[in-house]
Design a protein around this ligand. Structure first.
Ligand code: GAR
Length: 203
């Protein structure tokens, strides 16, 4: 007979804009029986991306809130996403290839409860084209970072990093593939640790 009542899993939303391979690794790790979190919902800002199909194939509800429908009103778009998060009783938001800058409104609303994965060893190479920039700089290694989301782009406190070597003859695509494999290991582990120590308060 178990002597302790199991803690309910932390409810996570994953925000995506594309292929969703990191999202898939988060879903799979959350579906293990004793995982401290579960992916409750996936939201994309772009319709018909592969990540939505991947999420549904894994049995997770996957929704689209197209940013184009909101014109220049970025906050209105985020309010629509936020309403879905509340509706799904989400406690932690994980950005996984969500390729839109967030407004201070959403960042403040989820302060301390929103994390992101970025394909570089931050503080090196915030923003885009990280792999090409690492190659151009002649770096010996590259990697990825999971960090808490704050208002500065790719600037929040680092929760975890993984390193990979840069090999002779590497192209940005070859390096991206090696870094992606590291991302798929790092993100579930880091999210699990974050979910375990996070205060269990709702929005
Ligand atoms: C990942 O490499 C992720 O680190 C990156 O987008 C890719 C998404 O791939 N995120 C950023 O660049 C955010 N600044 P995925 O959709 O296959 O997970």
């Amino acid at each position: 007979m178990p002597t302790e009542t199991a803690q309910p899993k932390t409810r996570v939303a994953v925000l995506i804009s594309g292929s969703g391979t990191n999202m898939a690794s988060l879903i799979a790790a959350g579906q293990v029986a004793d995982a401290p979190y579960e992916v409750a919902v996936v939201v994309s800002n772009v319709a018909s991306v592969a990540g939505l199909d991947r999420a549904r194939a894994a049995g997770v509800e996957a929704l689209t809130v197209e940013h184009g429908s909101y014109g220049k009103d970025r906050e209105a778009h985020e309010r629509a996403i936020d309403a879905l998060l509340i509706q799904h009783k989400v406690e932690v938001v994980a950005l996984a290839g969500y390729m839109r800058l967030l407004t201070p409104w959403l960042v403040q609303k989820w302060a301390g409860r929103m994390i992101n994965i970025h394909p570089s060893l931050l503080p090196l190479y915030p923003g885009l084209n990280t792999h090409a920039r690492a190659l151009e700089s002649g770096d010996a290694e590259a990697g990825c970072t999971v960090h808490v989301v704050t208002e500065g782009v790719d600037e929040g406190p680092v929760l975890g990093q993984a390193r990979v070597p840069i090999l002779p003859g590497d192209t940005p695509d070859a390096l991206a593939e090696r870094v992606k494999a590291a991302e798929h290991r790092l993100y579930p582990q880091t999210l699990a640790a974050f979910a375990k120590r996070r205060p269990r308060s709702g929005p």
